[in-house]
Design a protein around this ligand. Structure first.
Ligand SMILES: C[S@@+](CC[C@H](N)C(=O)[O-])C[C@H]1O[C@@H](n2cnc3c(N)ncnc32)[C@H](O)[C@@H]1O
Length: 382
């Protein structure tokens, strides 16, 4: 049984869980025998072994843990506890690095969630176990890169077999949108873009367009916050790629097609970028309803359209409802960007506007839960 779920990890996607291949331990395959405990799916013997394992893990008794898993066949992912926590949760919560290492080496997935959807990584972070947290983040990066490599191999095969490419946000692109009180909302009352992100857009614009007269590209207009900032720097060429017809109509209504230096390319970036005949000093990317693979595909396209000393930056909402997954995906992105010849630096920013009173009123699902913003600045590797 495949227990992983491919969920969007970039901001504002409309899944109920915003995760990185998060796994529910209750969906693990369990041994089915006549004496199975109906409630949790464990036999009395499995339960006894599982409880002993948890006890040994909490005590940090690695030798006993090894005997229970290696010799007595205790379930390394035992989740029959009240909160549905597994040995890795307990090892992380107690800060036992050697036990964490061993459990991971025994193929305990790094991202199992308990009944409250909490991962071992979050417990390590909450309890200040920095080394354990780092170990789990590194394991997350490693696992995600391996999973991705396997998925890519399958995808290549599908492409060779002539299967059609899916547009991830096709449904969104056909919905009726509305602008409402400094928010751009979709038909389900999910926010496409919100005013609280204004200070972030100011910084992104400053980073990618540090002086007047440059050539800049923004992908995704939304509320036009970054484009308004970019205009302040009087760019020589200011390209905007926007795919949604309602947003495009709004841009024209506001006269964006008449602004100095502005060229609007109406369409998906996937179709528009290959038509570009110019290169840029600054590039910003911030779309909606797409997946990490789409962001990565854009990263891949950047070296062809960025000037040698240009700056590329993108909205960093990766896994933004969970610090652990966010940290993993910041690093995965760094690895990917390096593969495409780009060096990444993250600049830490406070974001008090995300928690202002009433900010999320009327929004179906909050897409941001992090304390800090890590603004990426990418340049060609020297
Ligand atoms: C989050 S908003 C951008 C907000 C913008 N950074 C601002 O400062 O207001 C995302 C925008 O990307 C557009 N979009 C979504 N998918 C796209 C695609 N594949 N190509 C181009 N634009 C896309 C959406 O219609 C939306 O206007």
């Amino acid at each position: 049984m495949d227990t992983t779920r491919e969920e969007p990890i970039i901001k504002r996607q409309k899944s109920d869980e915003d995760t990185v291949n998060q796994v529910d331990p209750q969906e693990q395959d369990n041994v089915t025998t006549a004496t199975i405990d109906e409630e949790e799916g464990y036999t009395a013997e499995e339960r006894a072994l599982g409880e002993s394992l948890i006890e040994a893990v909490v005590a940090g008794d690695l030798s006993k843990v090894k005997v229970l898993v290696g010799e007595k066949d205790a379930d390394v992912c035992y989740s029959g506890t009240e909160q549905g926590r597994t040995p890795l949760h307990y090892a992380a919560e107690s800060g036992h690095l050697a036990v964490v290492d061993y459990l991971l080496s025994e193929r305990h997935p790094y991202n199992l969630v308990d009944k409250a959807e909490v991962t071992a990584g979050e417990l390590a972070l909450k309890n200040g176990h920095t080394e354990v947290y780092e170990r789990l983040v590194n394991e997350g990066v490693r696992s995600e890169l391996v999973i991705r490599a396997m998925q890519n191999a399958f995808q290549r095969q599908e492409e060779e077999d002539g299967q059609i490419t899916v547009i991830p946000n096709e449904d969104y692109l056909q919905q009726k949108l509305h602008y409402d009180d400094n928010k751009l909302m979709d038909a389900n009352d999910d926010a496409v873009m919100m005013g609280w992100e204004g200070p972030l857009m100011v910084e992104h614009a400053k980073v990618m367009c540090p002086k007047e007269g440059l050539d800049v590209l923004n992908v995704g207009f939304g509320l036009g916050l970054i484009d308004m900032e970019l205009q302040k720097y009087k760019p020589r060429n200011h390209y905007i790629i926007e795919a949604h017809p309602d947003v495009y109509a709004h841009m024209k209504k506001l006269g964006w097609d008449q602004k100095p230096g502005v060229t609007i390319l109406f369409g998906r970036w996937q179709d528009m970028v290959p038509t570009l005949t110019t290169t840029f000093d600054g590039i910003f990317f911030d779309t909606y309803g797409e997946f990490y693979d789409d962001l990565r595909a854009f990263h891949d396209a950047v070296p062809n359209i960025l000037n040698t000393d240009g700056i590329y930056t993108w909205f960093n909402g990766l896994g933004a409802t969970n610090q652990f997954f966010h940290d993993i995906y910041c690093r995965v992105s760094e690895v990917d960007l390096r593969e495409f010849g780009l060096d990444t630096e993250y600049v830490e920013m406070e974001i008090p506007t995300a928690d202002e009173k009433g900010v999320w009123d009327g929004v179906r699902q909050r897409y941001w839960a992090l304390d800090k913003y890590f603004l990426p600045i990418c340049k060609f590797l020297q």
